[in-house]
Design a protein around this ligand. Sequence first.
Ligand SMILES: [Zn+2]
Length: 350
Amino acid sequence: MPLVTMRQLLDEAAKGGYGVGAFNVNDMEQIQAIMMAARQTKSPVIAQASRGARAFAEDLYLFKLIQAAAELNPDIPIAMHQDHGNSFETCKSAIALGYTSVMMDGSLKEDGKTPSTFDENVDVTRRVVDYAHERGVTVEGEIGVLGGVEDGHGAGGSGLEHITDPDQAVEFAERTGVDALAIAIGTSHGAYKFNKKPDGSVLKMDVLIAIHKRLPQTHLVMHGSSSVPKELQDIVNEYGGKLKQTWGVPVEEIQLGIRNGVRKINVDTDNRLAITGAIRKVFAESPEKFDPRDYLKPAREAMAKVVAARMTEFGQAGHAGDYAPIPISEMAAGYKSGSLDPRPSLAGTR
Ligand SMILES: [Zn+2]
């Protein structure tokens, strides 16, 4: 199957009332793990690459791996997404490679660290939307600023410093025309999200629900949404790791989000922990081994297990065969004619 656009994949998720995990890819084993899980659970797939991943793997290696996944799995819709594009140029280069979706994270300036103004965010996101939609490509924007840093991207600090204002979310969706909107509700990138099990004082699900009420047609995105389960932390530490105990976003909170408009859930840390735990275990138990396949195979299996669990918990399992891909040229025509225009003021007029 050719790659599908993320817009189609999320529209289908909205129709079916489920969420779709977006899993980061840096190398062959990670895309293989995602596809193993997708085959096992019959799930549609969002694979995403950060700027760091594109630099690490080199653009062409990484994109060809995704194309291989699509060729080897003709029954599974796959969207390839640029995670946290920092500039128009980053998004443009992803589209040139063949990515079917880009995130323009204009909540930060191009350095990927300094929070931008609302108008700066609107301007750069609108520019990316114009360029991408002309080519049928999906755009995710972000309003509010997440905590933490991942792959050198992020404002740092806790997730509570720049919570999304629902009024601004509405204005942003209207002025930019983004297909999907990442919001800041207290989550952070990286492993250290919360220092205790999060409650309503640190994880603002009430803000998410308020935004969904105002923007019922907009696909919402939760970033920094690994659950960081204790079992995965424990495996790493049992075999020589030194992680401080930490809490992620509980799956039941994500499921509450999915009942309130969340269609894309970004998960990376859990996979990193699963991979590292599996590799440490082999190193600790069989120090005589030195063939990388001896530890990359269990690492790949450990990640596939986490991904399959998330796919099931988010509800995307069983939905891979629901639809045929809409060609990207047809998506471009839909944006041009207005039939796919996602601006909230047009909701119900199509
Ligand atoms: Zn993110």
